[in-house]
Design a protein around this ligand. Structure first.
Ligand SMILES: NC(=O)c1ccc[n+]([C@@H]2O[C@H](COP(=O)([O-])OP(=O)(O)OC[C@H]3O[C@@H](n4cnc5c(N)ncnc54)[C@H](O)[C@@H]3O)[C@@H](O)[C@H]2O)c1
Length: 440
């Protein structure tokens, strides 16, 4: 179901009327296209305090291909290096740096604040660095014009070079529907990309639930980025699955992911092994708990969580997921905020968050594998088109960008996690929700 309100506010009378009535003013988001792969304008590089890694951020920003400058009338992006802010008094530098320029940010612009992990041993540093989170989340809510604001935290010992894949993503049209997020980078080696135009070149990826919706978009973006893709979906969806796979030059794998031998079947289908495993298949069986039969509970936990645990264990254990592999699971903001009628679904999606946080450090230490999750908010799919009108409208508007996201927004975030150069991005739950108010 198309977002007619978004279309209406894009017309002159629509803009006039909705402004007069004080209604939300969603700015049309500019997403990645072959013709417009990057932001349209210069990148302003600012600092607050004395940077923790002087001289190292500049080359990373220059590598994005954007024109990096210390002064610009209408920047398309602003990066504030706040790694040197270690006291409450030092926060004044954050205000001093951004206050004069924030209004000049171009429509659809990007603000990224670079910080460091709050220290367990220095409560002054921890207070100052944690303050940046509240700052970023608030700025995201007030900035408007389709702009986004994020905080990227470097672990002790990590330098800005480990943030390259993350900065490239956040400072591009690929992250159009990601805002108000905090990404923590580990001190692990990031890994290298041979060709940034095809960062997944030579890699093999499996996407579950890939016949349609978000999964089909993920398969498409991974293929665009150079991966050889296997699209898995239930045998009942074989026709749609084959159509999707054929369109992408991918391989269709009709298989129910809850089958007891699913992991063996996957291993047999990808004899060369896998580099990227995307757990996207998911179902809803909504009812309030008092009305929910045990089978509705069980099927949702089985598809959304248990099968993810089983196949992850088996594919790592058998070595099918190769060293340096990337696992991307699909949570949901319902798993963070909870939702009326979704105790089963929210439990399954919160379970995904538990899985990611626990497995990520061990998988990295033992196998060089990263484990992250996307947590979509309101995404325009068949699933959300079926939601009753008023709830659908609320879902679309109750976020900082005043609109729903598209499957491609979740797919772009997944592709960033999947990159070989994202080795320092591990154990992260990144919401693709336009900074939804739910669970924020
Ligand atoms: N659409 C949203 O707004 C939204 C929000 C938050 C999270 N999500 C999550 O994103 C993922 C994709 O959602 P979507 O909106 O594209 O849903 P969708 O229903 O359009 O697609 C899900 C796909 O998974 C497949 N699938 C279901 N059970 C399977 C099984 N046992 N084995 C293999 N494949 C199976 C389905 O056949 C379908 O093709 C899900 O995990 C969902 O929970 C979606």
């Amino acid at each position: 179901m198309a977002d007619r309100y978004l279309h209406f506010t894009g017309t002159a009378p629509g803009r006039f009327l909705t402004r007069r009535l004080g209604l939300p003013q969603p700015a049309p988001l500019r997403r990645w296209t072959l013709e417009t792969p990057s932001l349209d304008g210069p990148l302003l590089h600012l600092t607050a305090g004395k940077p923790a890694h002087p001289g190292t951020l500049g080359p990373v920003l220059a590598a994005t291909g954007l024109k990096v400058t210390e002064q610009a009338d209408r920047p398309a992006g602003i990066v504030l290096d706040a790694t040197g802010v270690t006291t409450a008094a030092g926060l004044a530098d954050v205000h001093a740096a951004l206050h004069p320029v924030v209004r000049s940010l171009a429509t659809g612009g990007r603000v990224v604040v670079l910080g460091t992990s709050p220290s367990p041993d220095d409560h002054h540093q921890a207070a100052a660095q944690q303050a940046l989170e509240g700052f970023v989340r608030s700025l995201g809510k007030e900035i408007g014009k389709g702009a986004t604001v994020q905080l990227v935290r470097l672990a002790p010992g990590a330098d800005p070079a480990s943030a390259e894949s993350t900065l490239r993503f956040l400072l591009s049209p690929r992250s159009a529907y990601v805002s108000g997020q905090v990404v923590e980078l580990s001190a692990d080696a990031p890994g290298e990309v041979a060709d940034w135009a095809a960062p997944l070149g030579g890699r093999t990826a499996l996407v579950t639930g890939a016949a349609r919706g978000i999964g089909a978009a993920v398969a498409s973006v991974l293929a665009r980025d150079g991966a050889q893709v296997f699209c898995l979906d239930v045998p009942q969806a074989r026709e749609e699955l084959t159509r999707t796979a054929d369109r992408l030059g991918a391989t269709a794998l009709p298989l129910d992911i809850t089958a007891p031998d699913a992991a063996e079947q996957i291993a047999a289908a990808v004899p060369g092994g896998l580099d990227v495993l995307v757990h996207n298949a998911g179902i809803t069986r909504d009812r309030r708990l008092a009305n929910m039969a045990a089978d509705r509970w069980a099927s949702v936990i089985d598809v959304n969580l248990d099968s993810v645990l089983r196949t992850t264990d088996a594919l790592i254990g058998s070595g099918t997921l190769r060293r340096g592999g990337r696992i991307v699971a699909t949570a949901s903001i319902a798993g963070i905020a909870g939702n009326n009628g979704q105790t089963n679904y929210a439990a399954s999606k919160a379970g995904i968050i538990g899985l990611v946080r626990s497995l990520a450090p061990r998988a990295a230490a033992e196998h060089g594998i990263t484990v992250n999750a996307v947590a979509p908010g309101f995404i325009e799919t068949k699933m959300t088109a079926a939601v009753p009108l008023f709830i659908r409208e609320a879902g679309r508007r109750m976020n900082s960008l005043s609109q729903g996201g598209l499957p491609v927004d979740v797919a772009e975030t997944t592709a960033w996690f999947a990159q070989p150069a994202s080795g320092a991005v591990n154990g992260q739950i990144v919401r693709v929700c336009g900074q939804s108010l739910l669970g924020a």
